[in-house]
Design a protein around this ligand. Structure first.
Ligand code: MG
Length: 375
């Protein structure tokens, strides 16, 4: 060993890629980056992309952005960052079980919520409203703007210069209802993991916050069945043990069912390349029975949790605050950092700036620019 990484060839990631399923995307077949870069001696292109996401300012800011519940409501529940890490873990598990590219799945999962503005979907809807004449605002499209233009590295090019497969994957998320081939299996896995994570964890968080009770959730067939499964193994759990046990059961059940249904669809479609997988339509999805239970559960969460009066009050306040901040910055653009202005319409630049704020820095901005918090 002469100390040069060249003597380590072939790189570990290349050996690992030889073991992937034939329908997995491979970094060794990557179409490269918009701005070509020399290959790294021991990190795959997708592993480099993952590191670029983790080292980005937008990723760090996820720790200050709410998922469903605000920071003022306690410190148990998920933030946008912990949700992202949970999605990444579930998605990697699925990718490993299906023989898909775990590095690609990981980067797609870690970037999937990067474009969320402060205050989750409330902030997104508020920005969408004020940008209605400019093409609107959507967090999936904003993720692309962040990685393509707004983030800066040490290179003299805008954005993170990610691999084309990664950008394509996020583009599929941003254009979900577009006709044509399905997204890659790696993208489908991230979507499925996201859904398992938020359904289960929003219920868990709502229970701990006291917005709903364990008995309330028994009204849904999904929770009720998971509860029965858990109780067959632990007869007399405490409420806390029951909550944790059912959450664990829900994740394990959904993941196993997803993998089983997906494997049989892949086999039935006979897909043997990444392109054939896309042509075969959506393959990563729960079976019909679980899909129906999940839909009922989501409707319940929408009515009883997302429309809970404590969240509705927050939503009204934040919508007004973001609308006021947007109008104020439009009137007084000198307050906008110069890097946001370059090559953008003023409304889009203001939205980019506001979307980059955390919940707290958005409140601080309102204190500074509006003089008072909107009650
Ligand atoms: Mg998500």
């Amino acid at each position: 060993m002469d100390g040069s990484f060249d003597s380590w060839q072939p790189a570990g990631w290349l050996r690992h890629e030889a073991l992937l399923a034939p329908y997995a995307q491979r970094a060794s077949s990557s179409r490269g980056r918009e701005h070509p870069e020399p290959e790294h001696p021991y990190r795959s292109p997708f592993a480099r992309d993952r590191d670029r996401i983790v080292h980005s300012a937008a990723f760090r800011r996820l720790s200050g952005k709410m998922q469903v519940f605000t920071g003022e409501m306690g410190d148990y529940h998920r933030t946008r960052l912990t949700h992202t890490l949970e999605v990444s873990g579930l998605a990697r598990t699925m990718a490993g079980a299906l023989g898909l590219n775990e590095s690609l799945v990981e980067v797609l999962a870690l970037m999937h919520d990067l474009g969320h503005p402060p205050f989750g979907h409330t902030g997104e809807q508020a920005l969408d409203r004020v940008l209605c004449d400019e093409g609107g605002f959507n967090h999936n499209r904003q993720t692309l703007r962040i990685v393509d233009r707004l983030e800066r590295r040490w290179l003299p090019v805008p954005g993170l210069n990610l691999s084309r497969e990664v950008l394509d994957g996020q583009r599929c998320r941003a254009e979900k209802h577009r006709a044509g081939p399905a997204p890659s299996l790696e993208v489908q896995v991230v979507d499925a993991a996201d859904s398992v994570a938020y359904d289960t964890h929003d219920a868990d968080d709502a229970l701990v916050l006291g917005l709903i009770t364990l008995d309330d959730l028994l009204e849904t067939r999904l929770w009720s069945a998971a509860s029965q499964r858990f109780r067959t193994r632990y007869a007399q759990p405490s409420d806390d043990e029951l909550r944790r046990g059912v959450v664990h059961e829900l994740i394990n059940w959904q993941m196993t069912a997803l993998l089983t249904a997906t494997q049989s669809r892949i086999a039935a479609a006979g897909v043997d390349t990444p392109e054939a997988a896309c042509q075969a339509g959506v393959l990563v999805a729960p079976d019909d029975e679980l899909a129906e239970l999940k839909l009922e559960f989501e409707r319940y969460l929408f009515a009883r949790v997302y429309r809970h009066h404590s969240l509705c009050t927050m939503r009204e306040r934040v919508t007004a605050m973001i609308g006021e901040l947007f109008a104020r910055l439009l009137d007084d653009p000198d307050r906008l950092p110069r890097e946001y202005r370059e090559g953008e319409s003023l409304p889009r630049a203001v939205a980019d700036f506001l979307a980059c704020q955390t919940d707290r820095s958005c409140e601080q901005l309102a204190d500074a620019l509006l003089g008072q918090r909107l009650g």
